[in-house]
Design a protein around this ligand. Structure first.
Ligand SMILES: Cc1cc2nc3c(=O)[nH]c(=O)nc-3n(C[C@H](O)[C@H](O)[C@H](O)COP(=O)(O)OP(=O)(O)OC[C@H]3O[C@@H](n4cnc5c(N)ncnc54)[C@H](O)[C@@H]3O)c2cc1C
Length: 468
């Protein structure tokens, strides 16, 4: 501590205001803790500012543009459709991102959470130093929840800047690139690749592994690769990106496939090969907090680190880097500080790729069930057998249930199709509460709705299908 600098005392301090941090702060305040939150860049974190939300806004804009260009199937003909991408970006920033981040700031005020601007560093297990461009302050605290999130990984030969973009650069482009190369066909790359293809870019995705979206099963990925073919998105798998050469008004990307050197020239290249936890520059070692593999903080089932008054949540702890996982862990950690006997259970943690069509999954795949020694069967019902899907003109995809052979308990589900991101919640509830296929089949689903596909899949699991 600097001489003459008196520490300000805090009860619970949260570092980072993403979906982990701001949710932890609110829940801790609801539990009666006196809470302060420290944020160095933007309220709402990556998710609200440069992640989940702005990416979904661009995806939605791409859908509107495509529908405006071609809705002849519905008897709608349009002329003179134009895209004003400056307006798209203004809408994304001002109407979408801003309204949500302002909302989070309002919630902080409402819960009397003190917002401290600046970068936090641990001095020891009860002290933090917060650096602001024109000031610095020391704080002592009783409990800390660390939710500092993650940042994009840079790869050799692709230094971010100019025409080499990270996902944030990709979200904030001023124009739709005529040609756009994306390195990394994971969820972020595939989502933004699809969005820019819909907005008019000629997209090439270079993926190092044998398939894009490697966390999803083959038949789910095929739905997206089939759609990419329709969109003229080129997908090159087993492609090792080597170097980006800035030509001034374009960028040439060199890559290798099966030992053969190839290249592609585009307006921009975006690198989305993964994210690194923000744990390296936080003074965690000064607080005695153990950091494990790949910079992830080791925690117990309450999010408690090896230092009993310091918790860690979200992208800096093991598991999928997802906003809803961060928020879930946030509530557990905040409640644990108040002495509640709570712990995480990830059995029903959904994951979604907002591609065309959307992919969503929860619980086990059939392969995982078998690997775990469970006797289980997968039942798949197609969107093409559903009236609502047909009337929407979106018949690609399926709902698959993985149920135990003995009593039809739903232990996992995968959905590929329009609306999968919303439909998966019913099945998350089913997995979470140990429901069986009969519970779903006996639930009256409104007609016509996409939800009926889930009911139909359940009836299939019971051996009593109506629509197949
Ligand atoms: C393009 C993109 C799209 C995505 N889409 C989705 C999606 O659709 N669904 C989904 O579930 N997830 C999505 N994600 C992932 C999601 O954004 C993250 O999982 C989520 O933001 C993690 O939340 P967090 O609270 O752990 O951290 P973050 O949201 O990263 O927030 C951490 C905050 O901590 C601050 N901070 C860091 N260090 C300090 C410090 N020392 N002092 C003070 N403040 C600090 C940072 O400035 C930041 O605001 C997406 C990510 C990207 C990049």
């Amino acid at each position: 501590m600097v001489v003459g600098d008196f520490a300000i005392e805090l009860d619970t301090v949260v570092i980072g205001s993403g979906p982990g941090g701001y949710v932890a702060a609110i829940r801790a305040a609801e539990m009666g803790q006196k809470v302060a939150i420290i944020e160095r860049e933007f309220i709402g974190g990556v998710c609200l500012n440069v992640g989940c939300i702005p990416s979904k806004a661009l995806i939605a804009a791409g859908h509107h543009y495509q529908e405006s260009l071609d809705s002849t199937m519905f008897g709608v003909t349009t002329k003179g459709v134009e895209l004003d991408f400056t307006k798209t970006q203004e809408w994304k920033d001002n109407q979408v991102v801003n309204s949500l981040t302002t909302g989070v700031s309002f919630l902080m005020k409402k819960h009397k959470i003190e917002v401290i601007e600046g970068e936090a560093f641990f001095v020891d297990e009860n002290t933090l130093r917060v650096i602001h461009p024109d000031s610095a302050q020391t704080y002592s605290f009783n409990n800390a929840i660390v939710a500092t999130g993650s940042r994009p990984i840079e790869i050799p030969g692709f230094k971010f800047g100019g025409r080499v973009l990270d996902s944030t650069g990709g979200l904030n482009l001023k124009e739709v690139p005529k040609k756009f190369v994306i390195i990394g066909g994971g969820v972020i790359g595939a989502e933004l690749g699809g969005a820019y293809a819909n907005l008019g870019s000629e997209v090439t995705i270079l993926e190092g592994s044998p398939s894009i979206l490697p966390t999803y099963e083959k038949d789910m990925v095929k739905l997206v690769t089939d759609d990419f073919k329709k969109k003229n998105v080129t997908v090159v798998t087993k492609a090792m990106a080597k170097e980006a050469i800035d030509n001034g008004d374009s960028v040439t990307v060199k890559y290798e496939v099966d030992g053969k050197e190839e290249s592609v020239t585009a307006d921009y290249v975006m690198v989305t090969v993964g994210r690194r936890p923000n744990t390296d520059d936080l003074g965690l070692e000064q607080a005695g907090v153990e950091v494990g593999e790949r910079g992830l903080v080791k925690v117990d089932k309450q999010g408690r680190t090896n230092v009993s008054n310091i918790f860690a949540i979200g992208d800096i702890v093991p598991g999928a880097a997802l906003a809803h996982k961060a928020s879930y862990e946030a509530k557990i950690a905040a409640e644990a500080i108040s002495g509640k006997k709570v712990e995480v259970d990830y059995k029903a943690m959904p994951a979604v790729a907002f591609t065309d069509p959307e992919l969503a999954s929860v619980g086990m795949t059939i392969a995982e069930a078998k690997e775990a020694g469970l006797e289980a069967t997968a039942y798949k019902f197609p969107f093409a057998g559903n009236g609502r899907a047909i009337s929407l003109g979106k018949t690609e995809g399926f709902v698959r249930l993985v149920t135990t052979n003995e009593d039809n308990v739903i232990i996992g589900a995968q959905i590929g199709g329009v609306g999968a991101s919303d439909m998966i919640s019913e099945l998350s509830l089913a997995v979470e509460s140990g429901m069986n296929a009969e519970d779903i089949a006996l639930t009256i689903h409104p007609h016509p709705s996409l939800g009926e596909i889930t009911m139909d899949a359940s009836e299939l699991a019971l051996g009593l299908p109506i629509h197949i």
